[in-house]
Design a protein around this ligand. Structure first.
Ligand SMILES: NC(=O)c1ccc[n+]([C@@H]2O[C@H](COP(=O)([O-])OP(=O)(O)OC[C@H]3O[C@@H](n4cnc5c(N)ncnc54)[C@H](O)[C@@H]3O)[C@@H](O)[C@H]2O)c1
Length: 282
């Protein structure tokens, strides 16, 4: 059976808000990206799961394959590298014949952050203040969190436009786009950039029936917040900023992303939805 036949065959069996569509998820091996990949697959989407971490990505793809009847492909990528992103999208398009929706979740908390690795306790918090931050660290965070999202969105949008296909794009920003977090200038600025990137792209892609939206999570239970959650002071700080008095789950982020990816949000583009436990109520 060819790939095309296989997809058609399975598509006819699928149901859900994304039935038979093809979703590309970067940062899909962990945390929010992984939860989105799972949620999309539950709603009938075939998934291209892309990540820099090949071991976890391969494992996540196998786990997803085992519990759904959609096609799941893992593709290694460094989203900060243009040729790597182009190769990821070319592979996805070649294997599935299209990409209908993108979820750009790959991101880092800082230049030294490695997802899943214990945080480096020797880092002096003062070194993260902007007046002390090495330009190389600032640049690395912007390269992954902002340029990486732009490269991903652009590579897919170019193909959607050339093929005359509609689509949806969901970028993962952060509530930090709107809150000045001391010691996280690189991160906050990169995420504010993602919010504006989302608006500009939405305007540019409107004529092509491609909607572009973002979500700006609050503090979510993923490896990115692990060190803060392990530290009583860090946990208290996160909770004090969150009126609901609890952290969010990756699944709650995936539900928000699903809404923006599927037809239920058909009148929404250029918008950032902030699932953050009420952070912006005050
Ligand atoms: N956890 C939170 O509280 C929170 C809040 C707001 C926004 N976010 C954002 O959500 C997104 C997902 O983060 P998470 O919390 O799930 O953390 P995570 O560390 O669990 O997941 C991030 C994933 O991105 C991948 N990645 C990192 N750099 C990459 C690169 N250059 N190329 C390809 N893949 C790369 C990692 O391997 C990892 O799988 C990030 O953009 C993050 O900034 C997280």
């Amino acid at each position: 059976m060819t790939m095309q036949q296989d997809q058609t065959h399975r598509t006819s069996e699928l149901s859900g808000r994304l039935a038979g569509r093809v979703a590309l998820v970067t940062g899909g091996s962990s945390g929010i990206g992984r939860a989105c990949a799972e949620r999309y697959a539950e709603e009938g989407a075939h998934v291209v799961l892309a990540d820099r971490d090949e071991a976890r990505g391969t494992e996540a793809a196998a786990a997803l394959r085992a519990r759904t009847n959609v096609r799941v492909l893992f593709v290694p990528v460094d989203v900060a590298d243009e040729s790597s992103v182009e190769a990821m999208v070319a592979t996805a398009w070649q294997e599935f014949g299209t990409i209908d929706t993108v979820l750009a979740a790959a991101g880092v908390a800082s230049a030294t952050y490695v997802s899943g690795a214990p945080s480096d306790q020797s880092v002096d918090p003062a070194s993260r203040q902007l007046i002390n931050l090495p330009v190389a660290d600032w640049q690395r965070v912007l390269d992954v969190n902002l340029t990486g999202v732009m490269l991903t969105d652009r590579a897919v949008a170019r193909r959607m436009v050339a093929a005359g296909r509609p689509g949806t794009i969901v970028n993962i920003a952060s509530s930090a786009a709107r809150i000045a977090l001391p010691g996280a200038a690189d991160y906050s600025v990169s995420k504010a950039g993602v919010v504006m990137l989302t608006q500009v792209l939405a305007a540019e892609l409107l004529p092509y029936n491609i909607r572009v939206n973002a979500i700006g999570p609050g503090f979510i239970e993923t490896p990115m917040t692990q060190s803060m959650r392990d530290d009583p002071e860090g946990r208290a700080r996160m909770l004090s900023m969150t009126p609901m008095g609890r952290l969010g789950t990756p699944r709650e982020m995936a539900n928000a992303a699903l809404y923006l990816a599927c037809d239920e949000s058909s009148y929404t583009t250029g918008h950032t939805l902030y699932p953050n436990g009420g952070m912006f109520t005050g």
